[in-house]
Ligand binder design. Sequence first.
Ligand SMILES: Cc1cc2nc3c(=O)[nH]c(=O)nc-3n(C[C@H](O)[C@H](O)[C@H](O)COP(=O)(O)OP(=O)(O)OC[C@H]3O[C@@H](n4cnc5c(N)ncnc54)[C@H](O)[C@@H]3O)c2cc1C
Length: 350
Amino acid sequence: MAPKTPGLNPFRQFEAFVDFLHNIAIAGAGMAGLAAARALQQTGRNVQIFDKGRRPGGRMSSRCNAHGLFDLGAQYFTVRDPDFARVVADFEQRGIVAQWPQAVAHGENGQWQVRHPEHPRYSGRPSMAALTDAMAEPLTLHQNVRVTSLTREPSGWVLKDQNGHSWGGFDHVIVALPAPQAAELLGNDAASRWALPGMSSCWSTWIHLDAPLSMPAGIDTWHGALLDDSPVLRWAARQQTHPGQQDGERVTLLAHDDWSDRHLEKAPAQVADEMVSAFRNCYPRALPDIRAQGAHRWRYAQPRRPIDDPAGYLIDRSQGLSLCGDWCIDGRVEAAWQSGTRLARALCHP
Ligand SMILES: Cc1cc2nc3c(=O)[nH]c(=O)nc-3n(C[C@H](O)[C@H](O)[C@H](O)COP(=O)(O)OP(=O)(O)OC[C@H]3O[C@@H](n4cnc5c(N)ncnc54)[C@H](O)[C@@H]3O)c2cc1C
């Protein structure tokens, strides 16, 4: 007898019975975990997703404080994969994502010019979190749940969380965490089976300015800026230029990977001071007064070298265990989506 699963049509019940892959747990609700969860749920699987954060999104999450809304992680995403393009077009139609940035300044050898990206780039509207919030909407998401152990028992996989609570009865577990956190969760077992890559860090600083930034000669405005002249900073973005954002000059600064790695354990207030002073040094106009500033550290921001496997995920079918994430392909939002989606397809069509 096929097990009875409320809410599934008889064909799906039969399908779930024959492939023995019905209850799936996913650790990590970043883009990779969400993409896998959505693709699996669409085939009638029962998916539960667990994340230690208060909201889904991982490195795409946005910070909202008394000074407004800031994207401190991923700034925008590219769309090259035709399947991803279809998903993004649907979200764009629903007003959840929009093209941004349309004007990117380049500051090099003291010269500034603005370029308009050849291929459209997108961000959530009004911030990145809009996309991952929308992706999580139809899913069963357990927030504030840090998975601390995974055990395979005769009845299936059991996940334990930071409060000692057990979540059991899963046929398959997907680990969709940054590689070093996946390695920590899986322990020696993973380390011996799979060579998971290290990841570099990134410090982000947000600034709320008292007045609009003045523009360098020949530039009307910019949304994002590549700061090639700075030994500290690689990117700046004006948050109020995102579609749907409120007014007020608010800037996010991202530091270079190597600078971030060297300053990893510094106090956030000191890091914010140093990044703002680096911005003063490379921006060609005096900065208006700063109302408030703060820094956020991403300990695991970018894979140093993604794994060398064309599949774009890792899987052990005999154990019912698999891994996905940007580090399987490339340190980008689109790559995280591809990794989660490809894994889900492989699980459904072995
Ligand atoms: C500063 C910065 C700027 C970036 N800029 C860009 C950009 O402009 N364009 C671009 O395409 N990409 C950019 N990226 C990269 C992009 O953000 C990532 O490639 C993508 O978001 C990765 O998604 P993921 O699902 O693989 O991982 P993550 O987003 O890291 O998701 C992993 C999730 O796992 C959760 N988690 C961790 N441990 C546990 C645990 N034990 N139990 C439960 N949950 C856990 C985390 O809370 C997180 O939600 C940037 C990243 C950073 C940090």
